[in-house]
Design a protein around this ligand. Sequence first.
Ligand SMILES: [Zn+2]
Length: 319
Amino acid sequence: MLNNTEKIEKNQDEFEFLEKPSEKKAKMKDFLEKIKNKVSEKMSLKIFECGDIVGFLKSKGEKIRLHGGNFCNNRFCPLCSWRKAKKDGYLLMLLFSVVQKIHKKELIFLTLTAPNVVSELLEFEIKDFNKSFERLVKTKDFKNICKGYIRKLEVTYNAQENTYHPHFHVVIAVNKSYFTDTKSYINQKKWLEMWQIAKRNPKITQVDIRKAKLDDMKGVYEMATYSAKASDYLYSEDTFDTFYSALKGKQLITFNGLFKEILKEVKAGEHSELIESDGEIYNKQLWFNWIEEKYKLFRTDELSDSEMQKIYVDEIEID
Ligand SMILES: [Zn+2]
């Protein structure tokens, strides 16, 4: 007969949902190495221990949600930024559906780019992006159509050229009539011109603009992910330093107009009726420990009804 530990070892492969957090956790050593002389000893220790313990909830229908763990919450932490992106994704989905379903608006996604810059110019370029965007939103054409926007800064790294690519992902709420009103409608060519003027750079060749579909997951994903990818900022000591000083303490996402109002309402507890329940009953906890580069199951608990009520909110769905 198998004892408990052996049973657990045997079942380890069933936990597919551990793949993503394991992949993130595996990057933590490298991350700590790069950040440790920039943060306090206390923070270093938190990062060192981050994700050593993770807990999941499992439903009767075998669905999984991330439940808790010991996390450092550092902005650059590969594991914590993955968790945060999941959470932010839910918030954004809710904002999008309030805008679409209650305010009867449509959403358009706009990506604003400019030529890449070298490391020394990144901070300046980010400031310039902010200023340029301010110029764009102050134009008559923009004000005419915009009922609110969310703007997110993202920076990617081109290792071949050793250059950085800051850009904005913007979602704009517009009236339904926007697409048929020839007077106020802004086509792709016009967006490009407007951005060239606002950015004061006629060499910009591209602006990506598209209408959001209902439940536009690509759009949600673009807006919710952290402003930099771990694979980029962990590329080398130099790239980490560059990303760190350019993004540390900066406001990376801004909410305006209708989105700002709705965000306030959501934070005050409104609109929860729009959050679709998956109808599952999560009654089991699974806790894992990070040992020898792997998550190992160390505890399972059935939950009582009162415990379940306490934890139903604020969970993160795993896909
Ligand atoms: Zn962390």
